[in-house]
Design a protein around this ligand. Structure first.
Ligand code: GLU
Length: 471
């Protein structure tokens, strides 16, 4: 699987121990934008080696979340656990080459080391006691772990595409475990072997992995493999600058779907979390693919702001095609109505879309605003709508009915003209008629243009609603 033609290959490598959260989705998105804009290959590798913590639900949530978000990958979904044997073989090879060794340190000894390090105010590091020791001295009954023999001299430098050159002295990197005492490979080993075998050219991931990449670089060196380009993206914070948490509205991706966000709006929003191009705010993923560079990723933490996402979603709703919006919103509307829409109602919904989409920030809001179109008669009126039915309002509506009955076209403009003429003749302002009319037709004092509402409802339904209220 060597990378002969220098094609860009990236991967998203989530551990399926939790749901796909905002940070993970953004990592996947950055990989996808970067790769798709360069004709490369983007892979999905589920890192399920920790069988105890991996769940089927989490795997489904990751795949479902990416699919809903519109992020596609090449090849089948890879599961890291399938390459277990290969990981073990690589560890054995390193052992044979003398680049790794068996370590028989007991848990008690490790505990001692930990305590000593803590007392000295230092991070826990294995002291290398079995590095050069004769395995013949191995104690009875202790299953060894296999550790990498880390070079202790010099420094390790990563030329990170986002963070720049980052260096650590090698004596700060202890000999990491490659195979646990039960023979299972560690994350550090598996990730390096898989990235190499899959010919990954760029590892783009959260900067909580930056320190791991020093050790991983050591492993690449020991194996005589070329490391990929690393790009560590700063974490996401809440609007108050603290690390992002549920308190900030950070939820699993599926929650954003349920809250009525459009995937294209969420993609746009997530792409701006830590990256940007000039001062563009609203752009398609196609444009983002064209503009995206690793150098364009900011070094500081990005701030997640639900209000901004909501506003952007509103912009996307307003500019979306009516039919696209109607099909995305229908499940929300049917949930609101607690019944499916009939074919006739679906047509009505589509017809109502131009007015509805002007004032909704989420699909939930859109569905809620649309529900009056499908309400059963008699409509229940809000308190404010009731207030529009004083004696004058009632009287005006009663007189309006015959005038409306005469209207043959039932188009928005014609209805407006007709009601205007009626108001002039009655010597009242248009609003005096439009208010009670709106209340009768929608049950509310706010709605799209009342003439649009009448046109969407049709003559029969409109008159029935008006007659019912104007008794
Ligand atoms: N599986 C790791 C995680 O979910 C990511 C590994 C990587 O991207 O190198 O945090």
């Amino acid at each position: 699987m060597a990378n002969k033609n220098h094609k860009i290959v990236t991967r998203f490598a989530p551990s399926p121990s939790g749901f796909l959260h905002i940070g993970g989705a953004r990592t996947a998105l950055f990989n996808w934008l970067f790769t798709r804009g360069r004709g490369g290959k983007f892979l999905l590798r589920i890192e399920d080696t920790d069988q105890k913590r991996s769940t089927k639900e989490a795997i489904e949530a990751i795949i479902g979340g990416l699919t809903w978000l519109g992020i596609d990958w090449d090849d089948e979904v890879y599961f890291q656990s399938r390459f277990d044997q290969r990981h073990r073989e690589v560890a054995e090879t390193l052992l044979r080459l003398g680049k790794a060794y068996k370590c028989y340190t007991t848990p008690e000894e490790l505990d001692q080391m930990r305590r000593k390090a803590r007392a000295a105010g230092q991070p826990m590091g294995y002291d290398g006691r079995w590095r050069d020791r004769d395995p013949a001295e191995a104690p009875e009954g202790v299953n060894p772990v296999i550790r990498l023999k880390t070079g202790q001299k010099n420094v390790t430098t990563i030329k990170d595409a986002v963070q720049g050159a980052v260096t650590v002295p090698n004596d700060q990197l202890d000999d990491m475990v490659l195979l646990r005492s039960d023979g299972t490979p560690t994350y550090m080993l598996s990730v390096v072997v898989d990235d190499h075998d899959m010919a990954i050219t760029h590892v783009i991931r959260g900067d909580d992995h930056l320190t791991n990449s020093f050790r991983q670089t050591q492993l690449y060196k020991a194996l005589d493999w070329t490391p990929p380009t690393f790009a560590h993206i700063p974490l996401i914070h809440g609007p108050d600058g603290a690390k992002l948490s549920k308190r900030h509205g950070a939820l699993g991706i599926e929650a954003y779907r349920e809250l009525g966000y459009l995937p294209e709006a969420l993609r746009n929003y997530l792409s701006k979390l830590g990256w940007g191009y000039q001062d563009h705010e609203v752009f398609s993923s196609r444009q983002a693919m064209e503009w995206f560079t690793l150098e364009g990723i900011g070094k500081g933490p990005a701030r997640f702001d639900l209000k901004k996402l909501e506003n952007l979603n509103g912009i996307y709703i307003r500019s979306a095609e009516d039919s696209h919006l109607a099909s995305k919103c229908r499940p929300f509307l049917e949930k609101e109505l607690r019944r499916p829409l009939s074919d006739k109602e679906r047509i009505r919904f589509l017809k109502a879309m131009p007015g509805l989409k002007e004032r909704a920030k989420t699909l939930i809001e859109l569905a809620r605003n649309a529900s009056f179109y499908f309400a059963d008669r008699p409509l229940s009126l809000t308190e404010k709508a009731e207030q529009l039915f004083d004696d004058d309002g009632q009287e005006l509506l009663r007189r309006l009915i015959p005038a409306l009955k005469e209207e043959p076209s039932w188009e928005e403009q014609a209805l407006l003209d007709r009601v205007k003429r009626f108001a002039e003749k009655a010597g009242v302002k248009l609003g005096m008629v439009a208010g009670p009319l709106r209340a009768a037709l929608t049950g509310s004092h706010i709605s799209p243009s009342v003439f649009e509402v009448m046109a969407v409802l049709g003559k029969e339904q409109s008159l029935a609603r008006i007659e019912e209220q104007a008794h």
